[in-house]
Write a protein that binds this ligand. Structure first.
Ligand code: K1U
Ligand code: ZN
Length: 164
């Protein structure tokens, strides 16, 4: 089993922009497997490649209690979005911090699966929230950046002290 190291906010590498995957190779499939194992080992419901310092557009998500309903999104694109909902979010890169974030309620996403085939999925609820949260990671954005400047500053200094 390969568990990868998850970058911790405010690590600058969390702000790198991920590049699209050109071809779903064996290396990408191995990355998906390692990310999945890392997400399960950390008890998360999602993980973006950015969080393991790989800056390619790859996401894994499993919101099921049984941990057997894996979604893999390679080069995800939101092709439709509607509504608004606010949900409390957490992040494996910002442990112990939970904050409400407003996002689209319904989304439709196009992506490649682990075999490199294109698929489209409509999502709502926690799955929609998680996809948007992970897609933000690919853009170098961490959910705490939705908070006020003051809250972000306080959080950064608290986490920097904890990491020393
Ligand atoms: O670090 C991550 O990107 C994964 C993150 C995904 C996420 C959780 C909740 C809302 C949006 C995105 C986590 O898995 S955080 C840990 C967790 O298991 C969890 C936290 C809050 C609610 C449900 C699960
Ligand atoms: Zn996160």
């Amino acid at each position: 089993m390969t568990s990868m190291k998850i970058l911790q906010y405010p690590d600058e590498r969390l702000h790198k922009l991920a590049t699209p995957v050109r071809e779903v190779t064996v290396e990408i499939q191995t990355l998906v497997q390692d990310m999945t194992e890392t997400m399960y080992a950390a008890h998360g419901i999602g993980l973006a490649a950015t969080q393991v310092d790989v800056h390619q557009c790859v996401i894994v998500i499993d919101i099921s209690d049984s941990r057997d309903a894996l979604h893999v999104f390679i080069n995800p694109e939101i092709i439709a979005a509607s509504g608004e909902s606010t949900c409390e979010e957490g992040c494996l890169s910002v442990p112990g911090v939970f904050e409400k974030v407003r996002r689209a309620e319904y989304i439709t996403v196009r992506a490649l699966n682990i075999d490199g085939d294109s698929f489209v999925i409509s999502a709502e609820g926690l799955l929609a929230v998680c996809i948007q949260h992970e897609m933000d990671h690919l853009l170098g954005k961490v959910f705490v950046e939705y908070l006020s400047r003051l809250k972000q500053l306080r959080l950064k200094s608290k986490l920097k002290k904890q990491q020393k």
